[in-house]
Design a protein around this ligand. Structure first.
Ligand code: 3H9
Length: 704
């Protein structure tokens, strides 16, 4: 018998106890155990009621996601078990705690009654994995809470808390103390009152208050807003089936549409990202038993947009922050912006009214470096200039208390140089937040040559505490994300000089699902900022000798076309609307003449996509080869969480696998022919060349 689930007797109440750490996911062995023990209970009439509960930090948090890619995977055995559980002739009660998600909530809904600890969260997050609930969640949830709330929960994937679940009728009672004992007591109450089974599948889904065209509109919205995702439209169809068909017919609809989602490439990509995100927190080579440093307070140097945004992350997590600026005016401006952000969130109902003052109270403004002396971690977010950052690092090295961690929010500079400047390189690393820092989930953590293992482990853990997706990078120009961005922008600019328009380039890239193509992205970020990065890099000797390299952005700087903020860049702006500007074509044509670049009128969307993305993927291969990144999945996380790469494409490395590494290698050779390769732009990463020759994929990493 499976050791993952047991049936115990408490008087005449049976207790089915699930114990499959860490999150009680429903793998095949657990499902087999459940089938066996439900059968045992069914056959033994001396049991008068059944309590279903789980050990550890949570009730069942879902189906085992890793199983969904296995050949022959089917929800049928579990679903049949749920039907059998629901049909039992004696009351069945679920005792819930932790995160009751996906298959876990589906199990709970097949029980006749549900009680929950007050801290429980309940939801059907399948949509975030590109699938829909496949164990009758789309059929039972609308029957319990009504169509409107059910559809909202399943389409958003957002869990609700226990209080809301109680109010909505998803939970019958909140409990505390010994949860299993409270569940048994409730079961005994039911027995004393002679209250029998109460089956969800017998109920009808409430459509009260819904317009006649409710489903039509919901479907149209899912189609228009989430066209690229397989699940949302199918979820609407399943919930409509729950409202209009009998339970068995609804079950058939759900089974068919679940399977369509499960086998879709989009869901495979999203499931891979789920595991990549968990994998990214595991740092190879750290000594076992490492103790993290305690971080009870944080200091931030610089109250600009970046510093303020970074501070918000910590205040949101309840960690006090000292923010230091050089002038009162800059400090006031920075804090006013933070307050404005919080107030806007409260006004939109994203946080309670008492939250903005509570979070602001965690921020202590100061004009004195010395006030950072008590902080456990200090992050500098001053102007991106090597000399300034070196000076700041040196000052922080002296001011910060022994054992405090010092971090630089640099996006491109050499973290090892800054670490040396601090005089305590073991305490130093890079924490590269992405703008807006309070919104973007990515945190690139840059490990210096001498960063102490416990410092790295502490910051990775802290990143999770503040809700970020941490990805560790080694030291190189631009780390993972900005380094890969460079060849992408290089080709975008060459294409402009060869005759493509910004609209054509952006549309081609956006057709892949990226929210912005390179031209719109730089217009928004500021062409002046982008150009200065190129200029600075040139001064440091980091650019190819090609005079035409990134010539467009540098010309834009000279012309004062800084993008959206000056009303003109790659586009002209009417308010926030980008409008094609013929002037840009003339500028690019003149540059082409200046640098001897042949103008063409046969640039296709396919060429744009290949020329921008394949070198980016090739750079990713170099990053892996050099050990800058531990795994392809880490690189994918950077692009999905920091640069808007669509999750349903899984990130650039996953997309490279889907495209075929051999095809990428061939096309790099093709463009080397077409464009010439005097500057090595089309040189293939050795890793890419080797892997494509061997028929391997990045998914095979680490290579044997
Ligand atoms: C589903 O249920 C479909 C059904 O409709 C039909 C079929 C029944 N499967 O996140 P953490 C692992 S779809 C496999 O670091 P936390 C995770 O990989 C599913 N593994 O912890 C990690 O492993 P490792 C619907 C899973 O405390 C470890 O558990 N459910 C699963 O920060 C700890 O995870 C979901 O989508 C899983 N379902 O967060 C819920 N869940 O240590 C997905 C976790 O080896 N899970 N693992 O790296 C979560 O959202 C979070 O894990 C949770 C805990 C909130 C539960």
């Amino acid at each position: 018998m499976s050791s993952l689930v047991t049936l115990e007797r408490h008087g005449n109440v049976g207790v089915l106890r699930i114990n499959n750490p860490p999150v009680n996911a429903l793998g095949p062995e657990l499902v087999a155990g459940l089938i066996e023990l439900v059968g045992q209970f069914e056959a033994d009439q001396s049991y008068r009621a059944l309590v279903v509960c789980a050990e550890g930090r949570t009730f069942v948090a879902g189906g085992d996601i890793a199983q969904f890619s296995m050949p022959g995977f089917s929800t049928a055995p579990f679903n049949r078990m749920l039907a059998r559980l629901e049909k039992l002739d004696r009351p069945v009660l679920a005792v819930l705690h932790g995160t009751v998600l996906g298959g876990g909530l589906e199990l709970a809904m097949a029980c006749h009654y549900r009680v929950a600890a007050a801290t429980t969260r309940l939801g059907l997050p399948e949509v975030l994995l590109g699938i829909l609930p496949g164990s009758l969640g789309t059929q039972r949830l609308p029957r319990l809470v009504g169509v409107s709330l059910a559809l909202d929960m399943i389409l958003s994937g957002r869990p609700i808390d226990a209080a809301k679940a109680l109010q909505a009728g998803l939970v019958d009672r909140l409990i505390d103390g010994d949860l299993t004992a409270a569940g048994i007591a409730y079961a005994e109450e039911l027995l004393a009152q002679r209250t029998g089974p109460r089956r969800t599948s017998d109920r009808t889904a409430s459509v009260e208050g819904l317009a006649a065209d409710f489903f039509e509109k919901a479907l149209a919205e899912a189609v228009s807003k989430k066209a690229a995702y397989p699940a949302p439209q199918r979820i609407v169809r399943c919930v409509e089936a729950a409202a209009t068909l009998d339970f068995n017919a609804g079950e058939e609809v759900e089974a068919r549409l679940f399977e369509e989602c499960r086998i879709s490439p989009q869901s495979a990509a999203m499931r891979k990202l789920f595991f990549a995100e968990r994998q990214a927190t595991k740092i190879p080579g750290l000594p076992g038993g490492l103790k993290e440093r305690a971080i009870a307070s944080v200091g931030i140097l610089g109250a600009g947009t970046m510093g303020g945004g970074i501070a918000m992350n910590f205040a949101n997590a309840g960690i006090p922050v000292v923010i230091v600026e050089s002038s009162q005016e800059a400090l006031d401006r920075g804090l006013a912006l933070v307050r404005k952000n919080y107030d806007a969130s409260a006004a939109k109902g994203k946080m309670k009214a008492e939250e903005p003052p509570r979070r602001m109270a965690l921020l202590t403004p100061s004009l004195r470096y010395e006030d950072l002396a008590g902080c456990d971690l200090v992050i500098e977010a001053v102007f991106e200039n090597l000399d300034i950052k070196k000076e700041v690092a040196a000052r922080l090295g002296k001011v910060c208390k022994p054992g405090a961690i010092i971090a630089s929010n640099t996006s491109t500079l050499d973290v090892d140089v800054l670490a040396q400047a601090s005089g305590r390189p073991q305490d130093f690393l890079g924490m590269h937040f992405f703008s807006p820092a309070n919104v973007m989930r990515l945190l690139e953590i840059v490990r210096g040559a001498q960063t102490a293992p416990d410092v790295l482990a502490t910051v990775v853990k802290l990143a999770k505490t503040i809700g970020k997706v941490p990805v560790v990078s080694g030291v190189c120009y631009g780390f993972i994300g900005n380094r890969m961005l460079e060849p992408y922008l290089r080709e975008s600019e060459f294409l402009l000089m060869e005759g493509a328009t910004p609209t054509q380039i952006d549309n081609a890239i956006q057709s892949l699902g990226l929210p912005m193509g390179p031209c719109r992205m730089l217009d928004m970020a500021g062409l002046d900022v982008a150009a200065k990065v190129v200029v600075e890099r040139g001064k440091a000797g980091g650019l190819p000798t090609d005079a035409g390299y990134r010539a467009v952005v540098q010309k834009m700087l000279v012309l004062g076309r800084f993008g959206q903020k000056t009303g003109a860049g790659y586009y002209r702006y009417e308010g926030r609307n980008a409008v094609a500007d013929p002037e840009v074509g003339k500028i690019c044509a003149a540059l082409a003449t200046q640098f001897g670049i042949r103008r063409r009128d046969d640039i296709s969307d396919q060429e744009i996509i290949e020329r921008c993305l394949f070198p980016l993927m090739n750079e990713g291969a170099k990053i892996l080869e050099e050990g800058i990144s531990y795994r392809p999945g880490d690189i994918d996380l950077v692009w999905v969480n920091g640069y808007g790469f669509p999750d349903y494409r899984g990130g650039p490395m996953h997309m490279a696998d889907e495209t075929g590494l051999d095809k990428i290698a061939q096309r790099l050779d093709h463009y080397a022919q077409l464009r010439g390769n005097a500057y090595g732009y089309w040189d293939k990463a050795k890793l890419l060349a080797d892997m494509s020759a061997k028929g391997q994929q990045f998914a095979d990493w680490p290579l044997k």
